[in-house]
Write a protein that binds this ligand. Structure first.
Ligand SMILES: [Zn+2]
Length: 408
């Protein structure tokens, strides 16, 4: 007998069902809690996912482990004790609160008949979420037939009305270069070298991911004009979702004690420190021999008044926060928080963009630290994790993250 792939798939489901029935007969005491296990089947259009749902009825209603959502194609993350499920492409974003019947679907409340609950360290969802809510909210991707009790998951087509685009572009911008050394530590460490080492290591880590297209604005000791960096990034990004990360090390005149790491996104400076760092980083233009094209402070404020990158401000703030969170995992600190400033290099990168200062070269201990290869590798690991987490949350085309980021 020759079975078509679809018939074969149904046959396999049937066999699994019979196997489950057999187990129930062997363990009759389990019958009550597992009787639903054979009654809802999942059909994946391309047949690649496990078709079994782990349904239990411990609490008197059918429920499934939240991991079953991951098996249906959702990405799960934990945040402040809540579980966040994101559909392909990052949207919609569903926030599940244990012991609360209110679920957030792209910021809108959905009232469930029963509350999700934790049991033996695992989170369980009412089956209602899978067979009622998903087909109602995402009819192009989920369909449930109550007669056959088959939940059909379509792996192609549209998700929440947003066409799937698996390619994500990451533009890494090692600061300074060539004639422009950036900040110089008393021990001789040059900012441009630290930035390039971390940038290269970051590119190497991200290139392993087939969905990421990774670009470096420079991978040698050369000077790329500051305005050209964002333009390059925008061209490389094309129509794909993308991010821009400019890597720097900090310096402060007349103080050897200031240390720590901070990440900037583009906005008006609010503090003297933010103004000073923006001026320091924008000063790279002095090395560019642009003559009359060179920009001074008043040009910058004009450009700020119609900054196109401001469209991405909320996402940039989220990216900055994720970078700080990841750096905190290994950096002795202090975490100086997310900052904002009129940074020229970010201005014409038309995508979420940040500038990270990994440490102060004017602090002798931190200068020694950031010039270590192990530090540079850890920094690259942290930035890579921030980029991956960002893309899990990013809904390109939406103005804001669904949960506003906190700013220190
Ligand atoms: Zn710099």
């Amino acid at each position: 007998m020759k079975l078509s792939p679809r018939r074969m798939f149904q046959f396999l489901i049937l066999r699994r069902g019979l196997l489950a029935c057999g187990l129930l007969l062997l363990f009759p005491t389990q019958l009550q809690s597992h009787q639903e296990a054979v009654s809802v089947r999942v059909e994946i259009s391309d047949g690649t996912l496990d078709p079994q749902l782990g349904i239990v009825t411990d609490r008197g209603f059918p429920a499934v482990p939240v991991q079953d959502m991951a098996r249906l194609g959702w990405t799960l993350t934990e945040s402040d004790g809540r579980t966040v499920a994101s559909w392909k492409g990052g949207a919609p974003r569903v926030v599940i609160n244990p012991d609360s019947p209110f679920m957030s679907w792209d910021g809108q409340g959905v009232h469930l008949a029963e509350a999700p609950y934790r049991s033996s360290g695992r989170l369980f969802l009412p089956l209602q979420v899978l067979i009622d809510i998903l087909p109602w909210k995402l009819p192009n991707s989920f369909r449930y037939d109550p007669d056959t009790r088959i939940l059909t998951v379509s792996d192609s087509g549209l998700a929440g009305g947003v066409p799937l685009d698996p390619v994500r572009v990451v533009v890494i911008d090692p600061g300074h270069g060539g004639r422009d050394s950036g900040t110089r530590g008393r021990g001789g460490t040059l900012e441009k070298d630290v930035a390039l080492s971390i940038g290269r290591a970051l590119a190497q880590k991200l290139e392993a991911d087939p969905h990421l297209e990774v670009y470096l604005t420079r991978d040698t000791d050369t000077l790329i004009p500051i305005w050209q960096r964002g333009e390059l990034a925008t061209a490389w990004k094309g129509d794909h979702p993308g991010v821009f990360i400019s890597i720097h090390a900090n310096g402060v005149p007349n103080s050897r004690s200031v240390r720590g790491y901070e990440t900037f996104f583009l906005s008006e400076a609010r503090t003297e420190h933010e103004r000073r760092v923006a001026a320091l980083e924008n000063a790279a233009q002095e090395f560019e021999e642009l003559g009359e094209e060179s920009l001074d402070g008043s040009d910058l404020s004009f450009i700020l008044s119609e900054l196109r990158n401001l469209d991405h401000q909320h996402w940039s703030a989220l990216l900055a926060e994720l970078v700080q969170t990841q750096l905190q995992n290994f950096h002795p600190g202090p975490n100086r928080g997310v900052k904002q400033g009129p940074l020229a290099v970010i201005t014409n990168a038309l995508m979420p963009a940040v500038l990270v200062e990994v440490g102060f070269l004017t602090n002798p201990e931190e200068e020694a630290l950031v010039s270590e290869e192990s530090f540079q590798d850890s920094a690259a690991t942290a930035l890579a994790a921030a980029v991956r987490e960002f893309f899990r949350r990013y809904a390109a085309g939406e103005e804001k993250p669904l949960i506003p980021s906190r700013r220190p």
